[in-house]
Design a protein. Structure first.
Length: 568
């Protein structure tokens, strides 16, 4: 439906006069990928369409080149006549409003020229250029003679996303060859040069650096905003560049869909893209696709949510307590079985013990989407990069102190219910540590400030009430307690990695990554696994719900200091 809005001048006119038409807002950003193909689905257009869909966009695709490739390498490339490329481009733009374009493999100068000529009149609001030159396998995807044409194209796009090798080519000239940057600071200097000479924003990618970190940065002529990331130990990296660039196009178009008059916030888009990409890298290997550098799992979060819904709807699992629990869709999404099969009912029939094994790890996987949300919260981003408002941090600390006091009581209750002396001792030690932590870190930072000792917020109360409500059953209680250990350890890895000399929250970040806390988390996971294996399907259902709900409370707890929602 189209809304017709009559202009004020027309309303005053004596006769029905001209009216103008306001285009309705689409339900999803319409994103076009112009790129080459990968029949194994990990890179190129196939990766772009999956990415756009996974991040909520409507994907479209114009093929520049057909590439016979797989996870091991490129066999051959077939490039249709450039006239046919133009026909494809026109077919889309003649009919469809395009919110964003992602440019990938452009192969050679005539294709680059055709795409540039087409972009000129169409003027999509967002154009992202992934200057694809070489595949992950090392095979060339761009004519050496076309490098100058790509350099010129950089000036006409909104964002360019080179890896380190591509960056060096882009800042080289026909006369002066620049070597691939070897360090992150050299890479930033080259990216700055590229941004300054082209006037375009550069997304600098650290995927090809060595080390445990995997940072990226948004670089303009005047600013460098680094987005830290952790390196995933995986060989499933085929198509990461394609996926990241189409993620950026989709997320930027979504920003404009929601706020058409605002500028695109590339740093926010990169944070969200990286949180998603990290999950996709973590889950790629489990797809078992190919023998070389396998693909990412673009739909890792969707799949976990789907499994949860399938499990919920399956009558055979109704006694797991999910069916009549009245869970909202999102909660069900976070509470999935995630057992590695397409049908949990089938898996249960083939292997009745399947739900007993690796129980905690499967709950962790099922909450992937929720955890990606946590990583991208303003509070955690601000804590990592040091921009968090000091008063929001103090508010958080005061609530955390209140939380820890109550949490310690619930840990003591787990100790009272524990079936073995070892577990009894573990929970008692954890209760004591929670109280020590409340005393030392919090009091040291909050001091005697009377404002620092407020009433518990609605969010804090909701979390501790949820824990207390689980206190009748050991399994349910330990499942509810686990996210506080595990999420803190996991988030803590990235917080500790962001620490640097002079960081405003340095003392706080330094407390993370404590090996003793990591060991306690591992012990809590083992205890929860034993409790799940020892009990029946009905209690495992309640444990699943208790774990997923605690994870949601964790998210809400980190969200309140900056959103203020649930702060009362
Ligand atoms: N092992 C890894 N762990 C985490 N993030 C990674 C890893 N490898 C790459 N990335 C991220 O993936 C994105 C793509 O970066 P990369 O530098 O690998 O691009 P690329 O070389 O163009 O990719 P491609 O492998 O598709 O050619 C960046 O956000 C980078 O930080
Ligand atoms: C079609 C295509 N584009 C980009 C890459 C880079 O990964 C690839 N391997 N294939």
């Amino acid at each position: 439906m189209t809304d017709t809005v009559t202009s004020p001048a027309a309303a005053l006119a004596p006769h029905p006069a001209a009216s103008f038409v306001v285009a309705p807002t689409p339900s999803a950003p319409r994103v076009l990928s112009i790129a080459g193909t990968d029949p194994t689905g990990g890179a190129g257009i196939q990766a772009d369409l999956k990415t756009i869909g996974a991040l909520g966009g409507y994907g479209m695709a114009v093929v520049t080149a057909l590439v016979a490739q797989n996870t091991r390498g490129v066999h051959s490339v077939h490039v249709p006549d450039v006239g046919f490329l133009v026909e494809q481009l026109d077919a889309v733009s003649d009919d469809v409003a395009i919110d964003a374009v992602k440019l990938g493999m452009l192969h050679s100068t005539p294709l680059i020229d055709a795409v540039s000529d087409w972009l000129e009149p169409v003027r999509p609001a967002i154009v992202v250029l992934d200057p694809v030159m070489v595949a992950t396998s090392g095979d060339r995807l761009l004519d050496a003679a076309a490098e100058q044409a790509v350099r010129e194209l950089c000036r006409r796009v909104d964002l360019v996303t080179p890896n380190l090798a591509e960056l060096a080519v882009l800042v080289s000239t026909d006369r002066a060859h620049v070597a691939r940057p070897r360090t992150w600071s050299d890479a930033i200097a080259q990216a700055r040069h590229l941004a300054t000479t082209t006037g375009t924003t550069v997304l600098l990618k650290g995927g090809h650096l060595d080390g445990v970190d995997c940072p990226d940065a948004i670089v303009t002529a005047s600013a460098v905003d680094e987005v830290p990331g952790r390196r995933i130990a995986t060989t499933n990296t085929h198509g990461t560049g394609c996926s990241l660039s189409s993620a950026m196009a989709t997320l930027a178009a979504e920003q404009l869909r929601q706020a058409p008059d605002e500028e695109v916030d590339w740093v926010a888009a990169l944070r969200a893209a990286k949180a998603w990409l990290t999950g996709a890298l973590e889950h790629g290997a489990a797809l078992l696709v190919g023998e070389g550098n396998g693909p990412l799992d673009h739909f890792h979060a969707t799949r976990a949510a789907l499994r949860a819904v399938t499990a919920h709807e399956d009558a055979g699992l109704a006694d797991a307590g999910l069916a009549d629990a009245g869970l909202a869709d999102a909660e069900r999404g976070a509470a999935g079985l995630g057992d590695g099969s397409d049908s949990p009912a089938l898996a249960a029939a083939l292997d009745p013990d399947a739900d007993r094994r690796d129980w905690a790890a499967r709950q962790w996987t099922a909450t992937t989407a929720l955890r990606a949300e946590v990583d991208a919260l303003d509070f955690l981003v601000g804590l990592r990069d040091g921009t968090l408002d000091e008063s929001a941090f103090r508010w958080y600390l005061a609530q955390d102190a209140l939380y820890l006091g109550q949490y310690a009581r619930v840990l003591a209750r787990a100790s009272a219910l524990a079936p073995t002396a070892d577990e009894q001792e573990f929970w008692a030690r954890s209760a004591a540590s929670a109280l020590e932590e409340e005393a030392s870190l919090h009091r040291a930072r909050l001091g005697d400030d009377p404002d620092a000792h407020p009433e518990p917020s609605a969010t804090t109360l909701a979390y501790v009430n949820h824990l207390a409500a689980a206190a009748d059953s050991y399994g349910e209680l330990v499942a509810a307690l686990l996210p506080c250990f595990w999420l803190y350890s996991d988030v803590g890895i990235r917080l500790a990695a962001a620490n640097r000399e002079g960081h405003p929250f340095g003392d706080w970040l330094g407390a993370y990554g404590d090996p003793a806390f990591a060991a306690a988390t591992a012990e809590a996971i083992a205890i929860v696994d034993r409790a799940a294996a020892a009990t029946g399907a009905a209690e495992r259902g309640r444990m699943r719900r208790a774990f997923a709900r605690s994870m949601q409370h964790e998210r809400d707890f980190f969200a309140v200091p900056t959103t203020g929602i649930g702060a009362a």
